[in-house]
Design a binder for this molecule. Structure first.
Ligand code: FAD
Length: 499
């Protein structure tokens, strides 16, 4: 396990003791909404990035927006940091608690307030599970498109805070493209409505700013999402390749042929074999890579696109192309993909899931680069990812009990992200920066850009109380990390000490 303090800086000091703060919170929250005993706090000590753990000062579970407002007002008054938490499935330590901070759980905000089939929208509380929205909309022939693999557990508030993606985001967009309006509570306790029920709203696009803000700008207390009609027909094609790079090139060829699949996913040999052993999805075990291409739309559209995609796959060098023969086989093909993470988890005591994005056309060379690094670091890597949107999820296999292996794994992961940036990509596709990738932000952005991020943060949260130390590194950290961009030979912030 890692030291949290290495990764977090700029944490404000509270001006109130724990007991006094507890008394303030207990004055207006139910008894079971204020957790402060060690055994009650322990379940909240990490999110999905369990290499980092920290028990919070206290956990608060409000039920109403007014209670959220009162909590943040008190925190502002006494300079207490606040970390929002949805379902805690985040993979970048975004919801990692702070030792001297309040963990504000939105778990009790779990009502679907309204589904409007005519407007094709749903108004929901932030703690509602992603999949529960589609379940509620199903009776109207509608669904919510962004579908993170964690959708049975993760909350819509967390999805907005991370701008989450999923298999269907290639065609239907990320969370940011599928929400219309947010209600948020600022650090001053004000309730703001951002965006509108219409497709556009006047003024600066604060809706986009809030999406992906990782709990650093405000607390999301209500979300209006867009719903889409369930497609008339869905079909899946499985294509096998004897070469990972050919599979990578086929991805670009499909899009270049003018087809935007509902989903376009890739798995390499290690992932294929793990998934096959785990759920028997019918994957070709000897293939170096497979693509799963989902096509959706009207019956005619899908029939036409199936022929078109099959042809592209064959000319791209696929050794086998199989269209699911019925709904059951389609579900089985997807079961392998959706179980790939736990399947890979059976291959080694631990794995580290990376999340970088690259321009689609650079896929072949990045896959090659990762294979070379895998040899260099002597750590196997399995690839399971949203190939259509160039969102990589390399899973580095390691054993945390072996001396130095976690550090080697993290160094390998950091190199992968740096490669993503080198080819014009980003250090995160959908999992966010959190505290995990705070150092890599220094490679992605220069000091001017980071200064602008700090200015935005300051406009919403001048005392830096909302999720401090996460997502946007201090300039000092970047100077220490040694990854600050140097323009024209001029070292930025020369007065800062280098270590
Ligand atoms: C097995 C597995 C598969 C996954 N697959 C995907 C995937 O395909 N695509 C994908 O995008 N992600 C994926 N994830 C990551 C994760 O599920 C998403 O990031 C998800 O959106 C997190 O939601 P959550 O409710 O668990 O948020 P949390 O982990 O609780 O919080 C995440 C961040 O959001 C902030 N936050 C949470 N709620 C609020 C709120 N109401 N107001 C303000 N800030 C808030 C937190 O402070 C934190 O910074 C996966 C995770 C796992 C474990």
């Amino acid at each position: 396990m890692h030291s949290v303090s290495d990764k977090l800086d700029a944490i404000p000091e509270a001006s109130i003791g724990k007991q006094e703060l507890l008394r303030h919170m207990q004055a207006f929250l139910d008894g079971d909404a204020v957790l402060h005993e060690a055994e009650d706090l322990r379940p909240y000590e990490c999110d999905g990035l369990s290499a980092y753990r920290q028990v919070p000062l206290m956990v608060l579970l409000p039920r109403t927006i007014e209670q959220v407002q009162q909590i943040v007002r008190l925190c502002k008054q006494y300079n207490v940091p606040v970390v929002a938490r949805g379902a805690g499935t985040g993979l970048s330590g975004g919801a990692l608690p702070l030792e001297k901070g309040v963990l504000l759980s939105l778990a009790k905000f779990k009502s679907i307030l309204n589904v409007d089939p005519l407007a094709r929208t749903a108004r929901v509380q932030p703690g509602v599970r992603n999949l529960a929205i589609s379940d509620a909309a199903k009776q109207f022939g509608l669904y919510y498109a962004p579908d993170p693999s964690s959708q049975i557990a993760c909350s819509i508030g967390g999805n907005v805070a991370e701008n989450s993606g999923g298999v269907h985001c290639l065609k239907y967009g990320l969370t940011v493209h599928n929400i219309l309006e947010l209600k948020v509570v600022t650090i001053d306790g004000e309730l703001l409505t951002i965006g509108s029920q219409a497709l556009d709203s006047v003024g600066f696009d604060l809706l986009a700013l809030m999406t992906g803000s990782e709990g650093m700008l405000a607390i999301i207390v209500e979300v209006t999402v867009r719903l889409l009609p369930v497609p008339e027909r869905v079909q899946v094609i499985l294509a096998a390749f004897d070469d990972v790079e050919k599979a990578g090139a086929a991805v670009g060829n499909i899009i270049a042929a003018g087809v935007i699949p509902g989903g376009l996913e890739m798995m390499d040999k290690l992932a294929i074999q793990a998934a096959e052993d785990f759920v028997h999805a019918g994957y070709p075990r000897d293939a170096e890579a497979i693509l799963l291409c989902e096509l959706d739309g009207t019956n005619e559209e899908v029939s036409e696109q199936v022929l078109q995609v099959r042809e592209v796959l064959e000319t791209s060098g696929a050794t086998e192309v199989r269209t699911a023969k019925d709904e059951q086989e389609r579900a089985t093909f997807w079961k392998g993909r959706k179980s790939a993470f736990p399947a890979v988890g059976r291959l080694a005591p631990d794995y580290y899931c990376m999340d970088g994005t690259i321009p689609r056309k650079r896929l072949p060379e990045v896959l090659r680069g990762m294979a070379e690094m895998s040899k260099e670091y002597n750590l196997p890597v399995a690839n399971v990812f949203h190939a259509g949107d160039g969102n990589l999820h390399p899973l580095i296999l390691y054993d945390a009990n072996k001396e130095g292996e976690l550090e080697r794994t993290e160094a390998f992961g950091a190199r992968i992200l740096e490669l993503c940036v080198e080819v014009g990509g980003t250090i995160t596709g959908e999992h966010g920066v959190g505290m995990e990738k705070i150092n890599q932000m220094c490679s992605q952005f220069d000091s001017n850009e980071l200064t602008q991020f700090h200015a935005v943060k300051h406009a919403f949260d001048p005392n830096g109380l909302l999720n401090p130390g996460k997502a946007v590194p201090t300039l000092h950290r970047c100077a220490e990390f040694g990854a600050m961009h140097v323009h024209g030979g001029n070292l930025p912030f020369p007065e800062l000490e280098r270590f």
